[in-house]
Structure formats: structure tokens, C-alpha cells
Design a protein around this ligand. Sequence first.
Ligand code: DGJ
Length: 743
Amino acid sequence: MSLRAATASASILVAALFAMPFARSQSIEYRPDAKLWVIQAGDFTYAMGVDERNWLQSLYWGPRIDRAEDIAAAHSLPEVVSFDLPTTTTPQEYAAWGAGLYTEPDLKATFSSGNRDVVLAYVDQHQTHDANSQTLDITMRDIKLPLVVHLFYRVYTGQSVLERWTTIENQTKEAVVLENAASATWSLPNLQNSNYRAHWLTGRWAGEWQLQSAPLNVGSQVIESRRGSTGHQANPWFAIEGPDSTDEEHGPVYFGELGWSGSWRITIEQSSFHQVRITGGYNPFDFGYRLAPGESLTTPPFYGGFTGGGMGEASRILHHFQQGVILPGAPHPKLRPILYNSWEATEFNVGESGQFALAEKAAALGVERFVIDDGWFGQRKDDHAGLGDWYVNKEKFPNGLKPVIDRVHQLGMDFGIWVEPEMVNPDSDLYRKHPAWAMNFPGRPRTEGRNQLLLNFARPDVMEYTYHWLDELVSNNDIDFLKWDYNRNWSEPGWDAVPVADQKKIYVAYIHNLYTILDRLRAKHPKLEIESCSGGGGRVDLGILRHTVEVWPSDNTDALDRLSLQDGFSHAYTPGVMMAWVTDPQRTRKTSLKFRFLVAMEGSLGIGANLNNFTPEDMATAKDLVAFYKTIRPTVQQGLQYRLIAPSRPGAPSERAATEYVSTDRTQAVVFAYLHSQNFGDPYPLVRLSGLDSKATYRLHPLDAKQLLSQQEASGSYWMSHGLQLDLRGDYDSTAVVLERTH
Ligand code: DGJ
């Protein structure tokens, strides 16, 4: 074997090993002699220990170390310089602000006595487990006062993710206001010349999921939402590559994401001593959570992991975790049906006959779920009125929803409808009756956005009212699906129905009540599925995904823009939850129906185009492509995703893109390839595949035989080392190739 061939096969072996679906075991081991814990979380090891001061230190986070006894006990760090005390230089697992802490605190508290100093010391530990997970609870306590902090660590069978969260209990006799209450801090190994590179996601309305990347430097980088919800502007996910340079499928990556749909913050901080810590949880901005004696606060979970398999494997670990643990129905969440939504066809102008016509056309294409969007209720003619009045508009649907729902069912589809339960238009009966239900500071102006105000979901009466009208809507109509929208962020977050000292609890209570409504609805209506939408992708996080089966990632449905948005999205979330509609060509550019379909097939396929404008040829093309998608749906939605050629990313324009999905048993793979624009005569490069069984043989089934120049059958190793030769030409060309394992 030549040196080149040997190197190539070695890298295939490494790639194949990393592609194993996280087979290594999970465990939490306590070594009382050394007072340390070693957590094996699939492909990585995490360790922490108690030092002589009784502080809990981070000891290790990185590649798996199977011999747990090799990990040495924690030792207190001496003072090296009076300007950076050990409080600051010790990599504490959960640092309280006190005793000279200058780095980002996890906990900052003010006692009603005036004390603001907290120093946490180890008390004890205990562990529990159930069939699928093992949980460690480490109890810490302030050195003087019974302010007790439980640090939780949980590993899940078959998963390479560690979940961490915290409960803070006020066992003192005085009130304590928590100004910071983070979920956890993750410390990176302090390696010389570490050369870490951070990745995070930013965006705006219709421009979410921009993958930002930059070297980590001394100082802090903050990604956050102060908006009361997750936000389009940043997403609670991070990944840090390094220390050695990596490519998409190789090299160390530390990653994490929060499970919270309210205001949140992640701070990536590198100290002057090059210690990197990532602290995340509730956003401390305007937080001030008051704990009366006996009260406690639990933080959202902060999930983290490590892989040696590059950014690609980091994403696949998260996808697998979301499918296996987070989503409703996990570990076997249902596949997403192919959906038609009439919003872009009709906007607010919905009505019985128009919806009938669209439903018939959608059914003819093979669509499985028909959704009526905004406009069906109250006095809703445009976005100025109606939110809050959730009765069927009789001018638009004189016979109620039943005839449409019956027709949709007769056509073999299930039925869904749009709601925006957290909002109220001042021009609505609900607001006229209950103006105090809107989030506000009494006597202050109420800032409108899209002519609407927020209902204060922290109020128990608002929660009950909302649950009941939703329950009635779903009980009285045969509704399978709710698209739950949310079209503005908070302003004037007042809650005057509770004492002033408790009013800031709105940041936590609102989100818990939102989750409660979703859970009660799903419990009472087990077949009901809910999508999280917030003017596009403004509410996508691992908190909402515990209660909703899918998300709407963006109001931008331009196919080329979508390639980049979907690429960013895939770093943090599984394609199985990503709704993607084929719509009419947007104002920006004209793309073929095939191009638009193939882009939408990278996630959970939907159609939002105005089918009344489809020609018979369009209908035939769409029908074939819907049928094609059904043959690859489980592979795309629940398989392993490989980003083969990245589309344009901020600062890195690209003329091409290619993505591959491999079924978990590696019997099927599908490759989507796109060409934005071609320089004259420039051939499409070879597309090397990933994740196949190198020894197996795969046969190619191209969507369009003319676009495939490769032979039809070869080994997995050939497709991964040599690659596919595709023939894509001109502007906005695209193709798909399915590989089926033959033996
Ligand atoms: C914003 C959503 O993202 C759209 O898909 C649509 O449902 C509109 N709201 C309706 O008002």
C-alpha cells in the first residue's frame, strides 16, 4: 500500500470510528478517598474534585480517559499575586461572588441583612438513577449561612452529553435576592498556546442562524437575550474548537447549549492566565430573583459535550441527543408529516372556499397535514386587531371550522391551525375587558410591536384563561397541530399583581407557565403536536423543544438564503425539527421549483407556495418530489448529517453547497448538492462522502441521471475517498443522489 493510500485509509478508519452512534458507556463514579467524581459521558470524560479549602474544582473535560484512577485529586491553589486571589484563579465548578472573585460569577446574592459575600463549600453528595439516566447531586453551602446550592450532573444512556443544572435553596431566616443564578460553568483545559476558536450563532428577523467564528482572546464574549424570549439575535449554543487546528470532521470541539426560552446569557471568558470558562443560565440583566426563607430557585439545564470528531460530530451528537432525550416522544419521536401552510398564499385573507381549493391541490401533491395560518379568528383583517379574541370569524368561516376540517380529513390530511396565545391587540375584546393582563408598569406607556402587547403569562389567571381557550379550541375541533407563534419581544416587563420585591420573578414564572400550558394541552390531547414559531426562528432552544415537536426556523424562505440559514441551524439543532417550506420565488431571485424543493428537503419538508399559481407541470414536478422525499424522510430527519461543502457563511462566501444524510444503520444515504453560479467551464468538484460503511457496497440512485457522472455502484470506501462526480451547471442548479447499500 502506498503511503498516500495508507493515510487515506487511516483517516477513513478514524472517520468511521467517530461516526459510531455514541456507543461508549455512561457512568458517574465517586472516589471518596480522593473526594473526586469521574463522569464518563459516552465519548468524553468530565471530572471535578474537592480541594483542601472544600471548594469544588473542575479537574478535566476532554477525550475519554477510561482509567478513572489516573485522575488526581484537587488541590487548593496558593496565592500567586495579591491582585488575583485563589478565588479567581481556581477553576471553580460554580463560583459564588465573594472572597475576591473577579471572574464571571455563577451566583451573586444580597441578603436582607446587607451581606453580599457568598463562599460555597462542599457538604456531601448523593446519586440516583433510573432506567435511562444517572444523576449526581453535589450539595454546597455558604461557609457561614445556610444558603444551600445543589449542583446536578446527569448522563443519559447512549448519549455523549452531560446535563448540568443548579438549585439554590434559602434555608436562612432572611430574604435573599439572587442577582446572578447561572446553570453551570464549564472550564476548558488550560493548555499552552491553546489557540481556541469560538463559534456562535447570531441573526435578526428573516436572517437567523448566522454562524460566527473567531479566535478566543483574553477578555469576555457575551451572547445573550434580554428580550424575555430566546431571540433571533443570538441562540443559546456555543462550540469551541481547539487546541489544534481541525476540519469539519476532525479535531477537538467543546460545545454546549441551554434549555431555556426566556432571557439567557452565555459568557465565554478567558482570564489573563488563559483559563477559559463558559458560564451560562438566566440572564442577570434586570434579574433580582428574591428567595423568601424556605424558597428555592432551579436554573435551566446547560448541556455540554466534547468530541474529537470536529464540528460535524459535535452537531450529530446534539441531533442524536435531541431525538433521543429532548423531544416529545423521545427516544422515538414521530417523523414530521409533509405540511402545507396557506400563509404565503393568502395571508390574512382566509376563507372557506379559498382554503378548500388549496387543500385539494395540496392533497393531490401527497401533502399529509394542512394548516390554516393567521387571520381565522376575531376581527382579524390585518395585524391591527383580533389577537386575544379566539373565536372563529363568521365572515370568513360562516359555518365554523368544521367544514374545512372535515374536507381536509376527507382528502386524507390532518389539520392544523395558527395561534398566538401570548399576545393581545389593544383593539380586541380581551384587552378592553382585561387591560391589566398586558405586561406593563402601571401609569407608564405600553410600547406596541406589530400593534400588539404581551399578555403577562406569569399571572396565574392569565395562564388558566389561556389554557382553557386553547383546550376548548382543540376539544371542539378535530385539530392535530398548533403553530404557536410569538411575534414580538418584551417591553415594560412589570407584574404589579405581586409585591414589588417579587415582581422580577416574571422572567422565570412566565416561561414556566408557558411550558405548563403546553404540557397540559399535550397531556389532555395526546395526538396534538405543537410547532414553536416566533416570527421565524425567534424561539428555538432545548427548553421549548421539550414541549414542541418542531420549529419554524425563519420567515426567510428564499432558497439560497435558506442554504446558509439551515447550515447555521444544523450546528445546534436536528434537521428533524426544522420546518422548511417550498415557497414562490422571493423578490430577491428566481430559482427553479426543483432547487427550492431540494433545499427544503434538508429538513422537515413543507410547502407554502400559492398552489393556485402552479402550472400542471409544476404540479407534476412537485408531486414527484414529494414522493421522492417520502423515500428518504427517516434518513434526513433522524439520521446522521454531514456538511460536505459549506454554503456561504459570514466572511466565507461559497458558490456551492452539499449536505449528506446517512441512516443510523448506514443502509441508505442521500446527498443534496447545489450550485449558486458557475464560472464558464468550471466543473463541479468531486463530492467526497462521509459516514458510510467503508466495506459495504452502495448503489447510486440519482434524482436526475444526467447530473451524475460517476459509475452506479462502488464501495463505501470509494465514495468516501474518491467521491461522487456530479454535473451541475449554470445558476441555481441542484441535484440529489440516494445511495442504497447492496451488500
Ligand atoms: C410570523 C410567522 O413566522 C409566519 O410564518 C406567519 O405565521 C405570520 N407570523 C402570521 O402572522
